[in-house]
Design a protein around this ligand. Sequence first.
Ligand code: ADP
Length: 498
Amino acid sequence: MENATRKQANILVIDDERGIREGCRRILTSKDHNVEVAENGQQGFDLIQQNNYDLVLVDLMMPVMGGLEMMEKALAYNQELIMIVITGFATVETAVDAMKHGAYDYIPKPFAPDQLLTVVNRGLEKHWLRQQTKHLMEERDRRLLEVANEKSKIHTIVNSMADAVLVINRDLQVVLWNPAAIKMLNITKKAAPEQKLDQIISQVDLIRTIKKAVDPESAHYTTLSEEIEFSEPEPHTLLANVSVVRDDNNEMLGVVCIIRDITQFKEIDRVKSQFVSMVAHELRAPLSAIENYITTYLTGAAGDDPEFNRNMLERSKKRAHSLLNLVEDLLQISRMESQTVSRKKELLDITDIINNTVELLKPQGKDKKLKFEIKIPQPCPTIEADRGEMEQLFTNLISNAIKYNVENGSVSVVLKSTDNFLEIKIKDTGIGLAEDDLTQVFDEFYRVSREDTRYITGTGLGLSIVKKIVENHLGRINVESELYKGTTFTITFPVKVN
Ligand code: ADP
């Protein structure tokens, strides 16, 4: 009651008796309510349609439109309207009749101001309560909608994640999993409530880690991370991060398990470590040889023979030189593999590069009395290439053709142009390669170990650099060879079509 009396309400009084209308207006405005009046049912109904009333007082016996008819229409218009009947004949029948027509209460004429206020306040209280309930229900609906939206957002995010997500409660039931989990963990079961972890996934290591996280004994853990190796359906490595979820009272609710497939990273890691260990191995031999020579010299073990000493120093120099070559090649590889390498490609006619390289390297073939031949169609088709890398490519291949050649042998560089490609053949009549070595010569640090290659120095990186350069220029390289007959490297580059 308190509330209703304090609030200001919009009230309509419908009565054909002016005295009643004005009396009601006086009493109700004294309580700060806004009061409007109507003389008959029709007028009242018109006002109800135009305005928003909190309460309507209505007489039953009126000309034009009686109270009962008006109430019926008003309720059809607004079924929540609170209407109080003012009646001259306060009989039980009229009251019941009025209630049946939708009245909330009634007040018999004549009435004292207090009587009117009591009935009106009761009606208003009902009205406010209804309003409040309606408001609360709307609010609840809105919240439910928000929660549903939020749920569907989270659902969408979880479902589109590349990482696998498993949510497991403290009873070890899987309550949520996403498509990535199905794929990564090979889950064949359909989602159903209260499914136990080990009924859904088969990876025992993962089950063990999750159980460890859920175990009350390990309550101090917040996250457990574990790399898990699987061989089925194919070998792969997963990194599982199991986070323990707790409520405000630190009570454990379950775990969220995020699993990432790190197979590729592991492979890169393995290749890297292998490379580092190969480099260390390659650096070690010449360095320890140099150290040995120096130690021999410093300890005087070499004696005073100047010839012997000079020989040792020369060998040291040779090993230091090959060490430098190795470091140069390594730097070249790392430059080519770094993302930031600046390759300056231009439209190149490689005739000059080939002629110059052959001229530069010819002296190395002098001892073996090698013959050189260059065949380049003129005009030579241009390719889009980096000049420095092309020089490196021909240097590596032609110097190999010289190094692995035999006395009175020959080296030829033959270019042929086809529709869209420029084909380059670097052919030698040297020691050749065995079938088994053909596939491996492009691998880093691969050197054929044969009696006739024993004294030929090299880093084993030259051809792997060549291959990288070719690939960087969208080309292809292959090798054909016959043992003791010779070797031919064939490169094809796409020709720049204008
Ligand atoms: P290296 O510095 O040892 O020459 P490369 O990567 O250039 O390294 O070559 C790898 C291996 O391939 C060499 O050790 C050699 O055994 C073999 N090879 C390369 N070119 C030829 C060739 N023209 N004829 C025969 N064997 C070759």
